[in-house]
Unconditional design. Structure first.
Length: 503
């Protein structure tokens, strides 16, 4: 990224927009570019609190009357010598007609000069008048090389003993996705807490990292103790996932395999779609990040929603390889085509940004999405190549219902031989996995209230008292099955085998 900025400055690009929340780190990079022999430019920094101050000088040494953005840009235009002018957090003022006009005047006056304005902000907001003139760059999070420098400095300052190569690598990978300052704080915390930085302190770094990820409220770091064995049935889907358990390793790259992009799991509510996504994290040994699309949308400021999505995706990429989990995708992007009338087109822009990212991403971020209502999904999501595979999860078969009863009864009682699992599976025809679990819980509550052990009859009574979704939403389930029959891959091996024989 530093090389890219250097090229743009040398090529006399007048306006560069850096989207970043790391002001100090970005400023240092720009100052290094300016001090290079090929540049030799002075660097000035503008803030609304201090006006224009030369980089490295005291904030008291400010240029008079440059507090307002208009006056600051006018001062820049008047300068004769080459320079780089950093404007921090100009986005609240950039939509002002006066500020926009001054920026356009500055761009026109910079032709043939060695002057560049760099806008630095965590929020991307570019007026339509400047779209043809500005270059927008997302400043990346620190990579392993930069984090290694942070770790080395921390060890030197604390005069701690050197760590082994393996320990250092684990500490560095644990901090991926953090900013420079966040990494410093986490390493200091681990050292203060344990008195040293060893492999045992990796968990401290990871724990703090999870808190930092949760802080923005958009990404959630999910830890799942369950394995794939906790999911009844869906053998075809499980087999597909197990085949790709080493897909992100160097061995897979050497073999010539491309990195998996993602998968979409469609199906009836309560049939294990979300649980499959969560247990895949355990199977593959990758961190699981849940993207809350509801929190991406923020109407408090124009461009804020788009910035939220970019920051979330940037964080996911920075800690890759990772799994990005989006639950109920159909609700997240339903109605995007008509969003211009309801939200000024924000939903359409969010949808477009996400599709572009999915198409162009090179980082090993595997997208696992679930959906219940396929008719609500935009067609662009379902075209070939967007996901590696689209699976359909139907209501469990009799054999799968037996597996589900075995799983849930075994969780609650050591000895389950007293239950007739085959009979329970027959009685619960049309039930989803979640409905089977709830019927079992209801039976346990009934017996608990009577101060006795629950029995086969309690479970059967609870099942008969429950009206499953397959009956209350028959039309929806039928429509989903009809759509999936020719367009999706069945998650159950029995159905997959039947379709292959039919073909």
């Amino acid at each position: 990224m530093q090389e890219e900025i250097n090229i743009l400055i040398q090529a006399q690009y007048p306006l560069i927009y850096l989207v970043t929340s790391e002001e100090e780190r970005t400023e240092r990079a720009i100052a290094m570019i300016a001090q290079a022999k090929s540049q030799q430019r002075r660097v000035f920094v503008w803030t609304v609190t201090h006006g224009i101050v030369e980089y490295g000088q005291s904030r008291h040494v400010t240029q008079h009357n440059t507090i307002s953005s208009e006056a600051a840009i006018q001062w820049v235009i008047q300068q004769k010598e080459a320079g780089i002018y950093i404007f921090k957090d100009l986005h609240p003022f950039i939509d002002s007609p006066v500020t926009t006009r001054w920026l356009r005047d500055a761009i026109a006056s910079f032709k043939g000069t060695q002057k560049t304005i760099i806008l630095m902000s965590p929020v991307q907001q570019v007026p339509i008048e400047l779209e043809k003139e500005v270059v927008v760059l997302d400043y990346p999070m620190p990579d392993l090389t930069e984090l290694n420098q942070v770790l080395s400095q921390q060890l030197e300052q604390s005069k701690a003993r050197r760590t082994t190569t393996e320990t250092r690598e684990k500490l560095l990978k644990a901090a991926l996705g953090l900013t420079h300052d966040e990494a410093e704080k986490v390493y200091r915390k681990a050292q203060v807490k344990a008195g040293r930085l060893t492999e045992a302190e990796v968990d401290i770094v990871l724990s703090e990292k999870k808190q930092l990820i949760r802080r923005n409220g958009i990404l959630e770091y999910i830890e799942e103790d369950e394995t794939l064995d906790a999911v009844g049935g869906l053998e075809e889907l499980k087999r597909w996932l197990k085949q790709r358990s080493n897909a992100f390793t160097e061995r897979a790259r050497e073999y010539g395999l491309p990195q998996p992009k993602g998968m979409l799991i469609l199906g009836v509510p309560g049939c294990g779609k979300s649980l499959i996504a969560k247990t895949t994290s355990r199977l593959w040994g990758l961190p699981l990040l849940r993207l809350d699309m509801g929190r991406v949308y923020d109407g408090s400021m124009v461009g804020r929603s788009e910035a939220n999505l970019r920051n979330a995706l940037k964080t996911a990429e920075s800690i890759s390889p990772a799994i990005l989990f989006i639950d109920e995708l159909d609700k997240s992007f339903a109605g995007t085509t008509g969003s211009s009338d309801s939200d000024g087109g924000t939903s359409s822009r969010i949808f477009g940004s996400f599709l572009t990212w999915m198409q162009e991403k090179t980082s090993p971020v595997f997208v696992m999405a679930t959906a219940n209502r396929v008719e609500r999904l935009p067609g662009e999501f379902l075209r070939k190549g967007r996901f590696d595979e689209i699976f359909f999860v139907d209501l469990p078969t009799p054999e799968e219902r037996q597996q589900i009863f075995n799983i849930h009864l075994s969780k609650r009682r050591r000895d389950i031989t007293r239950f007739d699992i085959e009979q329970l599976a027959k009685v619960s025809d049309g039930f989803s996995g979640a409905e089977i679990e709830q019927a079992l819980v209801a039976a346990m509550y009934e017996a608990f209230a009577q101060d006795r052990e629950f029995t086969q009859l309690d479970i059967i009574a609870a099942i008969k008292a429950t009206l499953p979704l397959s009956r209350t939403m028959t039309e929806q389930v039928t429509a989903l099955r009809d759509w999936a029959r020719q367009r999706a891959r069945p998650a159950a091996s029995s159905v997959a085998e039947y379709q292959r024989m039919e073909f």
